[in-house]
Design a protein around this ligand. Structure first.
Ligand code: TXA
Ligand code: MG
Length: 349
């Protein structure tokens, strides 16, 4: 298959490209498109066969359900059976934007989207290209992140091209994604809202709108074999570069730097190519072969994280050490992804 590649300017969107992409979706094809979180791999969310192609292109386990994306709030009632009060409040506060809500589904939503669950995940993205594409197609668009299953989500079109060239019909290049981490997922189908995946809309921001919320334990820790996360996708290994990744934490910045440098030194002597992921202010303190700075404020770290994990692969890093970040606010989402990238491996400084 030849993958079409089209660039779009977010501020001056070429309608012809949008119409071409919408036509592909209507005919059951796959189109990768930018959103404010990460690039999505879109298909007609009401067409089982089109959704099956998503699983094939990504190598995604079939029990991992997809998010339906809407481009207009009126699409919501066509796919969900009820909108609880808490959902209404979250919608008013954060849609369109980087939060996905789990609802009870209507029968029209196929099992290939819901993974056989009675619920469906819905997101209304704020990205202009994403909205235009969804509205033009006239469909709810099923879209997981547009990466090969297990790899970091794509935050640039070149990441999508790397993973999906020849496997999908079209890629729309709309530049870098603003947030760079996947949407926050909140389940409102139970008695109390539950956070299933942290993102740029933080626990604190949600609690300001709906009061106390539960946090699924899969957000913090690695689950044992018989524990099940509420978001099926949270159980899979994710974001893993080819390198061995470990997170180094300690009482002070100096101790962490010293520990990482001693680990790097012994790895280098053993012949390994080493990498360090650090905050901006520490970028000149490390002796590793590859030092990648994630920036100093947590929003920048979130926006750069997946690109950095992919760059370690491109540069051939074999042993990667990462500093840890404060888990307040968006830090919860950053650390959730980093812990997964490291297989929850911590080293104490
Ligand atoms: O930011 C995002 O959410 C991106 C962009 C493209 O919108 N999409 C994304 O999709 O991250 P994906 O498929 O990579 O992650 C969706 C997550 C998975 O962990 C999946 O298990 C969970 O949502 N999920 C989907 N439907 C669910 C449901 N009915 N109940 C619980 N979790 C669900
Ligand atoms: Mg994903």
């Amino acid at each position: 298959m030849i993958t079409l590649y089209e660039k779009l300017d977010n501020k001056n969107i070429n309608s012809e490209v949008i119409e071409k992409a919408a036509g592909i979706l209507q005919k059951g094809g796959l189109v990768a498109f930018p959103t404010e979180t990460v690039y999505g791999l879109g298909a007609n969310g009401l067409d089982s066969e089109a959704c099956r192609k998503i699983y094939e292109a990504k190598g995604r386990p079939s029990d991992n359900p997809l998010i339906l994306h809407i481009g207009d709030i009126s699409q919501l009632e066509t796919i969900v059976s009820d909108v609880p009060k808490a959902a209404e409040k979250i919608i008013n506060a954060f849609w369109p934007g980087p939060v996905t809500i789990i609802f009870n589904k209507k029968d029209i939503v196929p099992d290939s989207v819901s993974g056989g669950l009675n619920t469906v995940a819905v997101r209304f993205p704020s990205d202009e290209i994403a909205k235009r594409l969804i509205v033009s197609s006239g469909l709810p668009i099923a879209a997981p992140s547009a990466n090969t299953s297990g790899k970091p989500s794509p935050t640039k079109a070149e990441h999508v091209l790397h993973d999906m060239d020849g496997r999908i019909d079209m890629i729309i290049d709309g530049g870098s994604c603003g947030f760079g981490l996947e949407s926050t997922i909140i389940d409102v189908t139970g008695d109390k809202p539950a956070l299933l995946r942290p993102g740029a809309v933080t626990k604190e921001m949600l609690e300001a709108v709906v009061g106390d919320i539960d946090v699924d334990s899969a957000v913090y820790k690695q689950l044992s074999k018989d524990e099940k996360p509420k978001a099926p996708g949270m159980k899979y290994t994710h974001y893993s570069p080819e390198a061995d990744v470990a997170l180094v934490r300690g009482e002070s910045n100096e101790k962490v730097i010293a520990k990482i440098n001693s680990l790097v030194l012994s790895d280098k002597m053993a012949g390994f190519k080493t990498g360090v992921l650090c905050c901006g202010k520490n970028a000149d303190k490390y002796a590793a072969d590859i030092v990648l700075s994630a920036g100093d404020d947590i929003e920048t770290v979130g926006a750069r994280l997946f690109d950095i994990l992919r760059r370690f692969d491109l540069l051939g890093a074999e042993k990667v050490y990462s500093e840890v970040f404060d888990e307040a606010g968006e830090g919860m989402a950053v650390m959730n992804r980093l812990k997964k990238a490291a297989g929850h491996k911590f080293i104490e400084a």
